[in-house]
Design a protein around this ligand. Structure first.
Ligand code: GDP
Length: 181
């Protein structure tokens, strides 16, 4: 926590299970090819990667979770880093919680939402890889997610669908992020 940049700009953090498409989404949003690549390499579970967007905001790439085979001490480190960051970071405006459009909410996504509810950090669900499903299937997933989060205190009601592959939903998500800055 001592190594984080000064708390002078609003921050939007990106969270999600490993392989959810977080690096690809950060690259699509920023129009870069390999900006966020390093952060999803194995063994980076202790790092928060910061990307400054001009003088307006910082995007924060949180380490992926859901690593079933990860050693217990790695999981414990991830959990304590997240707790410190979520509870102690004043400029944090919102966490974008990425969910694979093919899979919907999984048990460890629910655990993360519980942690965000407890820390009173607003989070918004963003479906990734929407191109892998039919539009009607994505609508059903969005409706199911909205029903699941309806009673969660810190969940933002708007669920967005994106594809880093086709660019669908990227402009809308940029607008959402820009509004927070
Ligand atoms: P991360 O581990 O969450 O950072 O995930 P990555 O961004 O590395 O993506 C994991 C895998 O999903 C890679 O093989 C990507 O090419 C693929 N992927 C990511 N986003 C999309 C998408 O929008 N559509 C499709 N079809 N594949 C995607």
């Amino acid at each position: 926590m001592d190594g984080l940049p000064p708390a002078e700009l609003p921050e939007i953090a990106f969270a999600g299970r490993s392989n959810v498409g977080k690096s690809s989404l950060l690259n699509a949003l920023t129009g870069r090819k390999a900006l966020a690549r390093a952060s999803s390499e194995p063994g980076r579970t202790r790092e928060l990667n910061y990307f400054r967007v001009g003088d307006t905001l910082r995007l924060v790439d949180l380490p992926g979770y859901g690593f079933a085979k990860a050693p217990k001490n790695e999981i414990a480190r991830w959990t304590s880093l997240m707790r410190d960051y979520l509870r102690g970071r004043a400029p944090l405006k919102r966490v974008l919680l990425l969910i694979d459009a093919r899979h919907g909410l999984k048990p460890n996504d629910n655990e993360v939402m519980k942690a965000l509810d407890d820390a009173a950090v607003t989070y918004q669900i963003v479906l990734t890889k929407a191109d892998k499903m039919k539009p009607t299937e994505n609508q059903e997933t969005i409706a199911a997610v909205q029903a699941a989060i309806a009673k969660r205190p810190a969940a933002h009601p708007l669920v967005m669908a994106t594809s880093s592959e086709t660019g669908d939903g990227i402009e809308a998500l940029r607008a959402e992020i820009a509004a927070l800055a």
